[in-house]
Design a protein around this ligand. Structure first.
Ligand code: 3HC
Length: 322
């Protein structure tokens, strides 16, 4: 490396560091360290994959919604998730990678999606638990990303978070209706909350204190780069503090006898999370991992003709105007 090029890279690193230190936005054309770009591609891709795979558990219930109104709401939500995925793939593509490559990595098991979508949706009440808990957790996790240092990701989050609020409210309303319905409906709502509570806490990732077995490997660097604004445990605690009073309002209990208000800390204490379950699910050993991936790969293969037709049409148009 010549002396000049060393000076150039030093100046570019200094420019990037100044942007981050000044809490300004890094834009696609700005110089950025390769590690920053790779971290963003990993996180944004996982986020996008999660939105798309997340359509499956809820999509399973569109044809079985208990009323036209519920069907329309659920269809709108699932369509929103598809849009969130496309938004996020577009944000990832500003980093110089094509979404087709990201999809290949996902289908090959070399990129992840959120653990939460590997759990089954057994009853209609699960639509309420997913909306209230999963989208509620997503909001807590995603609102800080609206202030992420990478411009396209932060801007994608602003619209996504607005739609997540509708998702969370419709889930809360489903559970409100059921928990104030017949004893059987109430039991169904409680069962769904029992099954989705702990996996929702796991959505926030491994604990902050890396103990070797469960390191939260990326947090420190991602926070230094302004990609993450809070640690996994900070956001998890924020979610618990927001959700416990809502559960009380619903008249439903949370499956953790250790939840109690800690006056000194000004937040709720809660029980130990079984992170081995998170790591098992992330490794592919969750209840629905194989089913979700098989469905995703088949949908991608079934859609090949659409992509080919669109590409052929675009090429024809291009040659016509050339
Ligand atoms: N599911 C799958 N993988 C997870 C995970 C989870 N719940 N939590 C952590 N991981 C993975 C990380 O990807 C990382 O994998 P790698 O080392 O192989 O790259 C590893 O576990 C270590 O975790 P870290 O906490 O160090 O990783 P991050 O700094 O990336 O933090 C995260 C994890 C908090 C999920 C962060 O990536 C993030 O905030 N992502 C953006 C939000 C997101 O993806 N949410 C997923 C749900 S989307 C959704 O809910 C849609 C809504 O509409 C329902």
């Amino acid at each position: 490396m010549t002396e000049d090029s060393t000076d150039d890279s030093t100046a570019m690193q200094a420019g990037f560091d100044a942007l981050i230190a000044g809490d300004e936005r890094v834009e696609p054309r700005d110089w950025m360290p390769e590690g920053y770009r790779k971290t963003l591609i990993r996180q944004i891709a996982q986020h996008a994959h999660s939105e798309i795979i997340g359509m499956q558990p809820e999509g399973n219930w569109i044809t079985r919604a208990p009323s036209l109104r519920r069907k329309a709401i659920l269809m709108a939500k699932v369509q929103d998730e598809a849009g969130h995925g496309l938004y996020l793939y577009s944000a990832a593509e500003t980093l110089g990678i094509d979404r087709s490559e990201l999809l290949d990595l996902l289908h090959a098991g070399r990129q992840k999606y959120s653990s939460i979508f590997n759990y089954p949706t057994l009853t209609w009440a699960d639509m309420g638990a997913i909306g209230w808990l999963v989208d509620g957790a997503a909001i807590v996790n995603q609102v800080p990303i609206c202030r992420c240092s990478y411009g396209p990701y932060a801007r994608a989050m602003v619209r996504i978070c607005k739609e997540e609020s509708f998702h969370q409210r419709q889930g809360f309303e489903i559970l409100w209706t059921l928990s104030h319905g017949s004893p059987a409906q109430r039991a169904m709502a409680q069962d769904a909350v029992n099954r989705y509570w702990w996996p929702s806490l796991m959505m926030f990732g491994p604990p902050d204190t890396g103990d070797g077995a469960s390191p939260s490997g990326h947090t420190a660097q991602s926070m230094a780069w302004g990609i993450k604004r809070f640690s996994n445990d900070e956001l998890r605690q924020r979610f618990v503090d927001m959700t416990v009073p809502q559960a009380e309002a619903l008249g439903l209990s949370l499956p953790d006898p250790e939840i109690r208000w800690n006056e000194e800390r000004g937040s709720y204490d809660f029980g130990e999370i079984d992170f081995t379950e998170l790591f098992e699910v992330v490794k592919g050993n969750g209840p629905c991992n194989a089913e979700r991936m098989a469905h995703k790969v088949k949908a991608h293969e079934d859609g090949a003709w659409v992509r080919e037709a669109a590409a052929a049409y675009a090429a024809k148009r291009e040659s016509a105007v050339a």
